[in-house]
Ligand binder design. Structure first.
Ligand code: ADP
Ligand code: MG
Length: 225
């Protein structure tokens, strides 16, 4: 866990923090670079390479798109400047300490969710499901207790109703199931390593024919008072 008492006390770990933790376990993520001024945003965007993504970075704003805090596919400095000003205008009234992060734009693929939640009955449970409308409409998910073994992770991927989508439905590309299994194992390992994490969401993970990348993340931790 980042050595950041401010963060832990708030009960939330940001996208940037969770991506750094999961990256250390070998999972690919579009890592966030935090900027504190327009100049910094512009130079980070240039260093990252266009197109880039700008997102609000705040412990108080956990659903970033709800407030217009995510701007995708920004192709030039002018677009980045406009997006930065808009995100800050919307975020600062909600959190005067809000900043933005710059990250690379990932290519389209199949969006899935890997998460962890704490249940009163079973304790910590890892969840896998398809993302986007599949998640909201169909609630098509599979679960396994922490620690998740390799074979339990394989079962989680195989047991969702929409598994045909992973196999390449109607000529669509197949999704790399090995990469998903590795991410499920990494989430389980991260939770074992950090008993104070009570919830974790990688939402979405974009899966390709080869490989997968985490593009959004958040976590909740037990509050330290
Ligand atoms: P929220 O906090 O609202 O969940 P996200 O970071 O998940 O915000 O961004 C919203 C959507 O934007 C994601 O579901 C994904 O489809 C897309 N997205 C976010 N980051 C990237 C990225 N780096 N590359 C490509 N698409 C992205
Ligand atoms: Mg998200």
């Amino acid at each position: 866990m980042p050595n950041n008492a401010g963060s832990a006390a708030s009960g939330i770990l940001t996208e940037k923090e969770v991506k750094e933790m999961i990256s250390q376990l070998g999972v690919k993520a579009t890592n966030c670079h935090e900027a504190f001024s327009l100049d910094e945003v512009l130079s980070l965007a240039e260093n990252t390479g266009f197109p880039v993504v700008l997102k609000v970075n705040s412990l108080k704003i956990t659903h970033k798109s709800d407030i217009g805090g995510v701007r995708l596919n920004l192709g030039s400095k002018a677009e980045v400047k406009e997006a930065y000003q808009q995100i800050m205008a919307r975020s600062l009234p909600l959190d005067p300490g809000a900043t933005v992060t710059v990250q690379r734009m990932a290519k389209p693929g199949l969006e899935v969710i890997v998460g962890m939640t704490t249940t009163p009955q079973f304790g910590r449970v890892v969840m896998f499901g398809l993302g986007g409308i599949y998640a909201e409409l169909l609630k098509d998910t599979s679960f396994s207790l922490v620690p998740v073994t390799r074979s339990a992770a394989e079962d989680m991927v195989r047991s969702i109703n929409g598994r045909k989508l992973l196999q390449g439905f109607r000529g669509g590309p197949a999704a790399d199931q090995e990469a998903i299994i590795a991410i499920i194992e990494a989430v389980s390992a991260l939770c074992e390593k950090h008993p104070k994490i009570t919830e974790l969401d990688l939402n979405p993970v974009i899966v390709y024919e080869r490989g997968a990348v985490v593009v959004d993340a958040r976590a909740a931790v037990i509050q330290e008072i």
